[in-house]
Design a protein around this ligand. Structure first.
Ligand code: AMP
Ligand code: MG
Length: 370
């Protein structure tokens, strides 16, 4: 699938939004949908750029008129975007056998291993979230992700043998990895350590694309990769961008709609990549402290943050921590978080004061006036 730039003089998103739903579901990702309600009544021109990215799909939306300086032709913007996404793939993909990450994983040595600045920065952010989440976030879960069948090699089918789990757990632990940014390099204390950046790389990709659009002078845009999203300014109707949080019970529907202004939002949930055995659901979020998939009533965790990479990592970390431990961690960190949980009476929601304050700020009079 190639990238496509669509000129939308009527900003006719309806068909695009539907195909986005289908595309992302096929990619097994959580989805923020642009709302139909957000479609402008007027007819401003906007550009939409969509295509494959990081094992899923991406979309960019922006109004060329919001640029503070002349924009390059669309074909140039397209190739710049493609280059950024290709670069991220070459750096951080676990599916690409020659990516920097795969080479680091395959390396039999425990010496310092040179990487690009991007990879070192992502490792550093990951290690920060690992420390602050008491190890719930852990990029060294790679072998466990693979054993449970959620990695590049296999599809999930069944609970692994206890002995295999014990064996693979020996290779896991975020303190086994060290990172330096100057010069950018990584080190593992055991050659068998395998890292997996899937829980943070999409968010980092969103940050990279957003920064690129900013360097082009764009002030109104929305960037999304596999459900992680960042919005700046306004949509082409002049309104704050609206983003949907999927309904975990009906992933084609929306549970909540939030206005996202100059922030990122990432969601981690149990309802796309999972398998069931004996009536129990095993999802792709692994608790590194037990070696088992996180098991609790949480259906999804959404985090709003300035940085999409941090939102992505924290959403996964809080998903591992579960409703109680996660609640205390989120309060301690001052994070804006919305949890959706399953109960016998249906789905329930809980949010931190930081999330409620942020939401009020998005919907208050100031947001409407700007
Ligand atoms: P996300 O959808 O952002 O929550 O990322 C989930 C993916 O991250 C999984 O498919 C695994 O590849 C990886 N992963 C699973 N558990 C963890 C964990 N505890 N810490 C970091 N990455 C994880
Ligand atoms: Mg994540």
């Amino acid at each position: 699938m190639g990238l496509a730039i669509l000129f939308e003089p009527r900003f006719a998103l309806r068909a695009g939004a539907r195909s986005l739903v289908v595309g992302l579901l096929a990619g097994g990702c959580l989805l923020p949908c642009l709302l139909r309600a957000a479609l402008p009544q007027a007819e401003p021109s906007s550009l939409t750029l969509t295509g494959p990215a990081m094992g899923t799909t991406f979309q960019l939306k922006f109004a060329p008129a919001s640029a503070s300086k002349p924009l390059p032709p669309p074909a140039v913007i397209e190739s710049e975007v493609r280059e950024i996404l290709d670069r991220l793939n070459r750096q951080m993909s676990t599916y690409h056998p020659a990516s920097e990450l795969s080479l680091f994983n395959q390396c039999d040595l425990t010496n310092w291993f040179s990487v690009s600045a991007d990879v070192a920065v992502v490792f550093q952010m990951a290690q920060t979230v690992s420390e602050r989440s008491s190890g719930a976030f852990d990029i060294t879960v790679g072998p466990l992700v693979e054993l449970w069948g959620f990695g590049p090699q296999r599809r999930p089918t069944q609970v692994p043998e206890a002995s295999q789990l014990e064996q693979q757990r020996q290779r896991v632990g975020f303190r086994r990895v060290s990172v330096q940014t100057n010069p950018p390099r990584l080190r593992k204390d055991l050659a068998a350590v395998h890292c997996d950046l899937s829980a943070i790389a999409k968010g980092y990709g969103v940050d990279q694309l957003a920064e690129h659009l900013e360097t082009l002078g764009l002030r109104d845009f929305l960037v999304e990769i596999g459900g992680e999203v960042r919005a700046r300014g306004r949509n082409p109707a002049g309104e704050v961008w609206r983003v949907g949080i999927q309904d975990p019970e009906n992933p084609e529907g929306l549970r909540r709609i939030v206005r996202l202004r100059d922030r990122s939002m990432a969601t981690s949930g149990d309802y796309f990549r999972y398998f069931e055995q004996d009536g129990k659901r095993y999802s792709h979020t692994i608790d590194p402290r037990t070696g088992w998939p996180a098991a609790h009533a949480l259906a999804s965790v959404s985090v709003v943050h300035d940085s999409c990479a941090m939102a992505d990592a924290w959403a996964t970390a809080l998903n591992v921590l579960g409703p109680e431990e996660g609640w205390h961690a989120a309060l301690r960190e001052g994070l804006a978080v919305l949890w959706i949980s399953r109960t016998p009476a249906g789905l329930t929601e809980r949010s931190t004061p930081a999330f409620d304050n942020w939401l009020a700020d998005q919907t208050g009079p100031a947001a409407a006036e700007e």
